[in-house]
Design a protein around this ligand. Structure first.
Ligand SMILES: [Zn+2]
Length: 286
């Protein structure tokens, strides 16, 4: 039994570091639990109460592993350091100025990452869909990652004066990360077309989405906050407080065309019901 276990683990190591049988690079996508946002008000997202199936939202984080390195996409809604893991769901209230948000936490992100063998200090690249609290919470921990960020979002995250709602205190270590400033609409992370960060501004000034080519599952795009509730998509409804709603409208059209071009499906990150059905780490998509 021991020997067969060793064979299996060395086989899986082999699969992790080489191409798959179709000759494509072996890309894996892990889905992590970054907290559940509770009692979201549909009206803040342009919807009526009766138009949504749930007022809960998932706040997932994702790790993409590639033969040339790893990419972390978003980092959860509450820093691991702000709560204590008990093994049971923990209720947490996020507060910033007059904004309050109840969040259910199940497992620290660091434990979830360690369980798949990728502690945060070993991650090659960090990219955030955008700067909002429910996407950046554990960004401080990816100290050795090269941060892939757009100049306008960076300027917004570290404003020269303290006006506005940006809170660099939530991610001070990011100031010191190595950076690549993304100045093209599309940025091909590993240079082979399997993992592409695409600009989709509007929700924030430098909001972006992530395309991932998965050889078995098929291609996907991680939405960032292009939509929050899935019901927004057919109705084309927008949150009340977009950075620029016209830009968001254009970005949705652009990404719809991109989905067709890339033969990809859209994963709305905050879609609680869809997220519930996903395989979670340590399982993965490939
Ligand atoms: Zn969000």
């Amino acid at each position: 039994m021991l020997i067969s276990g060793m064979i299996i683990s060395s086989l899986s190591l082999f699969a992790q570091n080489t191409s798959n049988t179709a000759g494509q690079p072996s890309v894996r996508l892990y889905v992590f639990d970054g907290g559940i946002l509770e009692n979201m008000d549909p009206k803040s997202f342009g919807l009526k109460n009766e138009e949504v199936s749930t007022t809960r939202m998932s706040a997932p984080c994702y790790l993409i592993t590639h033969p040339k390195g790893t990419l972390m996409w978003d980092t959860g809604s509450v820093p691991d350091t702000a709560w204590t893991y008990t093994g049971s769901p923990v209720q947490y209230t996020f507060m910033e100025d007059d904004y309050r948000q109840d969040i259910t936490l199940n497992k620290p992100l660091m434990l979830q990452l360690k369980a798949v063998g990728y502690p945060p200090a070993n991650i090659t690249y960090l990219a955030l869909s955008h700067k909002h609290f429910d996407h950046i919470a554990n960004a401080n921990d990816f100290v050795n990652a090269t941060w892939l960020v757009r100049q306008n979002e960076l300027d917004d995250m570290f404003p020269k004066d303290s006006a506005g709602v940006e809170k660099p205190s939530n991610y001070p270590h990011l100031r010191n990360n190595k950076r690549i400033i993304l100045d093209t609409d599309e940025f091909d992370v590993f240079g082979d077309g399997t993992v592409i960060i695409k600009s989709a501004p509007g929700h924030t000034v430098g909001h972006q989405v992530l395309f991932v080519r998965l050889s078995k599952h098929g291609n996907i795009i991680l939405s960032g906050d292009l939509y929050h509730f899935p019901e927004q998509r057919p109705l084309n409804r927008f949150p009340g407080r977009e950075f620029n709603q016209e830009q968001s409208r254009d970005s949705r059209l652009t990404i719809d065309l991109y989905l067709k071009k890339m033969n990809a499906e859209l994963w709305i990150q905050h879609d609680f019901a869809a997220n519930l059905k996903l395989r979670k780490a340590p399982e993965y998509y490939e």
